[in-house]
Design a protein around this ligand. Structure first.
Ligand SMILES: [Fe+2]
Length: 372
């Protein structure tokens, strides 16, 4: 695809910025990029998570070949893992320099949310001390407008609307980091998780993750202002809603981070969908370093699907349990795809491998996603 001069100049400028070490993350696109796509009817949405900037990222070839109408970054878009602004900026610059990523930005509208590693640190929450600077770098890098509320409110949560009435797609991106109260940890007897899990393994015992479900109903990932915002978003008219969560929404294993760890947030999400009559919602998620499909239809307004795609570069050595998993997980690099057949009123939810082949695929009729 040919580029208008201004666009080409912006990308060339970003590459130049990427080559210099600085504490300002490069801006890859003119602010408002995502908003210019607002009038388009979306038929193919791609998404992914967990892209380590120090690795080659050949999967972008398959993603670009799929020609999505929109790409959603679901977090861990870089592995900043720092309290040093310069380190974070340098890592954004490394992502900016990836050829496949540059091609995506030239051809495809993108939107993004962060997870722990690009927010700042592994499994970080509200007490991460560099979050104001991290928010500034995130908003600069992803082309957020100077007056965007994402730059000033309690987190980078955002919602976007695409397409005309009858084909309207809403993308909702909650921020699960900025306000997150401390996660409940297993009692490891004072040992590090690495030491404790090695002992468990040597003793032939199961090795869960380091966390467990938090029964305290005051614990939250979103915080009250974001909940008010989310409930308002769910009341907006839309035909398809993509709930883009950095963490898995449904998977029922609490050993690693997920919505299941925060009991009240988890139940409140389903209640909010029901109360808002928010039809047509499917979840997409990242973080795990494997891809899988989950479904829950007990005490939910309608069958809730969660397509997890992770990672663009990362894999995980062990597959945690998930009683809500549908079919098999895909444990190599992957990206997600949602095809919308507006004539049939049907979604095809997919997890695709690094060559672009669908490894998980599920058809979901829009008429099954209605509050009864
Ligand atoms: Fe993560």
């Amino acid at each position: 695809m040919s580029l208008k001069p201004s666009r080409r100049e912006a990308i060339a400028g970003a590459a130049a910025v990427a080559a210099t070490a600085c504490t300002t993350a490069p801006q890859l696109a003119p602010a408002g990029d995502i908003h210019r796509a607002g009038g388009r009817t979306l038929s193919r949405i791609a998404f992914g998570s967990c892209a380590k900037q120090s690795k080659d990222q050949p999967i972008w070839d398959a993603i670009n070949a799929a020609k999505p109408d929109l790409f959603i970054f679901l977090g861990d878009n870089i592995y900043a893992d720092t309290r040093d602004p310069k380190v974070m900026a340098d890592k954004y610059a490394m992502l900016a320099a990836k050829p496949g990523f540059q091609k995506l930005r030239e051809t495809t509208p993108v939107c993004a949310i962060w997870d722990d590693h690009d927010y700042g640190e592994d499994d970080a929450g509200a007490d991460y001390p560099m979050k104001d600077e991290s928010r500034r770098q995130f908003c600069d890098f992803w082309g957020e407008a100077a007056d965007s509320p994402r730059r000033t409110r309690d987190g980078i949560y955002a919602a976007h609307m695409f397409g005309p009435g009858g084909q309207r797609v809403q993308v909702i991106l909650p921020d699960l980091r900025w306000n997150r109260t401390p996660i409940r940890k297993l009692d490891l007897g004072g040992k590090t998780y690495a030491a404790w899990s090695a002992e468990q393994k040597a003793a032939g015992k199961p090795v869960p993750g380091p966390y467990e479900r938090e029964p305290d109903l005051a614990a939250t990932m979103l915080g009250e202002p974001q909940w008010t915002w989310l409930e308002e978003q769910l009341r907006q008219p839309a035909d398809v809603r993509i709930f883009g969560s950095s963490l898995q929404v449904l998977a029922d294993f609490a050993g690693w981070e997920g919505w299941v760890n925060y009991a009240r947030d988890h139940q409140r999400l389903f209640a909010a969908i029901r109360e808002a009559n928010a039809n047509g919602l499917v979840c997409i998620s990242g973080d795990t370093h494997y891809g899988e499909l989950s479904m829950l239809d007990l005490n939910t307004p309608y069958p809730i699907w969660d397509v997890t795609s992770s990672g663009l570069t990362e894999v995980w050595p062990v597959l945690p349990p998930n009683a809500l998993r549908v079919g098999d997980a895909w444990r190599e690099n992957n990206f997600g795809l949602i095809d919308i057949d507006w004539a049939k009123r049907e979604l095809v939810l997919q997890v695709c491998d690094a060559m672009g082949a669908a490894r998980i695929s599920q058809r979901v009729g829009l008429d099954t996603l209605m509050v009864g």
